[in-house]
Design a protein around this ligand. Structure first.
Ligand code: ZN
Length: 193
């Protein structure tokens, strides 16, 4: 989808599904920020739903015209094993394939993936793997459903990427943080912005 998003795309309640994934060469719950903290449903809940976090931000920046619906007891998968290795996705910059595989795994696990407005695939940071092209903190489709969180599930990255799914681009208003860790890249008309 290109151009100005429709009102129905940007207004109203938007449901979010988080798909947690791991790989045969990088097993276990995704780790946040290359540290020791696992990205658990409880962490997702606090980053999204706590006061002053992502949900508040979207409510405030849209003047109440949109809201995010995320229940950490029902809108997050277990850790689902991807069919390919982490290194192969990262070296091929295969974000689209990874999202396709993650959606299929979530569907198999019983989630009505297509019923969600936004679908985020969350994994440990893959930037350090051999030949990795996953050098972003997050990536998103501009005016699209898909997000990728490359081991940085925090207010800044998640809020920023969700903004892109609503159609927001980079501007003075929507400024990328100066952090070295967040190299935002986006799927849009097949190009990276
Ligand atoms: Zn961005």
């Amino acid at each position: 989808m290109t151009g100005r998003p429709s009102q129905s795309w940007t207004h109203g309640n938007k449901s979010l599904l988080v798909i947690l994934v791991d790989f045969s060469d990088l097993t276990g719950a995704p780790i946040n920020k290359n540290g020791t903290v696992e990205i658990t449903p409880s962490l997702l809940d606090s980053v999204i739903n706590d006061s002053g976090e992502v949900r508040n931000f979207l409510q405030n920046s849209s003047f109440g015209k949109t809201d995010l619906v995320f229940d950490s007891s029902s809108d997050v998968t277990g850790v689902l094993r991807m069919p390919n290795t982490a290194e192969s996705y990262a070296a091929a910059d295969a974000t689209t394939l990874l999202h396709t595989h993650a959606r299929a795994a979530a569907l198999s696990a019983g989630f009505d993936v297509e019923d969600y407005d936004r679908v985020a695939v969350v994994f440990s940071n893959l930037s350090g793997l051999s030949g990795s092209k996953f050098t972003f903190g997050g990536r998103a489709n501009v005016i699209g459903s898909n997000l990728w969180i490359n081991g940085y599930f925090d207010f800044r990255v998640v809020g920023h990427e969700l903004g892109h799914t609503y159609g927001l681009r980079h501007s003075n208003y929507w400024q990328v943080s100066g952090s070295l860790q967040h190299q935002c890249g986006h799927g849009y008309s097949g190009r990276r912005l």
